[in-house]
Design a protein around this ligand. Structure first.
Ligand SMILES: [Fe+2]
Ligand SMILES: [Fe+2]
Length: 270
């Protein structure tokens, strides 16, 4: 563990610098992160003959859970009415994934590692963007710690991907397919349901409504350099040069597309 909750300067919490939109995102993130240990169990089953990786995966799960605890604690300070335990129960009751199977949904161990790399790219970019956007000093510090962990997690899974590829030799297009599939899933139920479970206690779940509610706030945080950084890491995970001309072209195309999406989402909510 590279940091503990005791190292967070909770006494510097500044209520005058809170943003209600950011509080909603943090509540949702706390639920998803806290679920990390369940996924670590799944990774241990997929890599059932690899003690070293199992140990790394368990440590990773503990770190993800700590991200959840830190964010939850901050959210409860920011909104004393927020009941993390109750929200997490709602999240678990409504969003179910079978983590107790021993084969990867990605078809191979390499595929599983590519999907994990993509998730860590997403989280490292997200917490970096959040760190840059927030004014409240304690949350800024939490995001700084989490973003550093997420980039280490990417490196952990990328290193293991390289080991898996020595045995599995899956081709470029299969790597691309897994990466594209996992990116598309980021607009699936998990984040939308977490946003719902964290912020809504009266209405029933409407997937499209909460998917847009979450995405609108998350997209608004993203800046050009966050996107460029994410593109480089994704390129590396699929076996393309992260600093080549193709990566620069991709960043130049993706950034305006993301801006457009952010504007559309904001307009639809207005
Ligand atoms: Fe995390
Ligand atoms: Fe992570």
């Amino acid at each position: 563990m590279s940091w503990t909750l005791d190292e967070i300067p909770w006494e510097r919490f500044d209520r005058s610098r809170l943003d209600p939109e950011i509080i909603k995102l943090v509540k949702a993130a706390s639920l998803v992160e806290f679920n990390g240990a369940a996924y670590a169990h799944h990774l241990c089953r997929i890599f059932d003959d690899d003690r070293d990786f199992q140990e790394s995966a368990r440590r990773w799960g503990v770190e993800e859970t700590q991200h959840g605890t830190a964010l939850a604690h901050w959210a409860e300070l920011a909104d004393p009415g927020f009941d993390f335990a109750a929200a997490f129960n709602r999240f678990q009751a409504g969003y179910r994934v079978d983590f107790d199977c021993d084969t990867s949904r990605r078809g191979s161990r390499s595929g599983e590692m590519i999907a994990r790399c993509i998730v860590e790219v997403g989280t490292s970019s997200y917490y970096t963007a959040l760190r840059d956007a927030v004014q409240e000093p304690v949350l800024k510090e939490i995001c700084r710690h989490i973003a550093a962990d997420e980039i280490r997690h990417y490196k952990l899974f990328y290193k293991n991907l390289m080991r898996c590829l020595e045995r599995e030799r899956i081709g470029f297009w299969r790597r691309m397919r897994v990466a594209a599939g996992r990116i598309a899933e980021s607009e699936d139920d998990e984040l939308a349901y977490a946003y719902y479970a964290a912020n809504e206690t009266v209405r029933s779940y409407d997937r499209d409504r909460y998917r847009r509610a979450y995405a609108r706030r998350a997209y608004a945080l993203c800046r050009k350099h966050h996107v460029a950084h994410g593109v480089r890491l994704i390129f590396q995970a699929v076996g393309l040069s992260p600093h080549g001309p193709l990566a620069r072209i991709a960043s130049r195309l993706i950034w305006p597309a993301m801006r457009y999406r952010a504007i559309q989402l904001a307009k639809a909510a207005a």
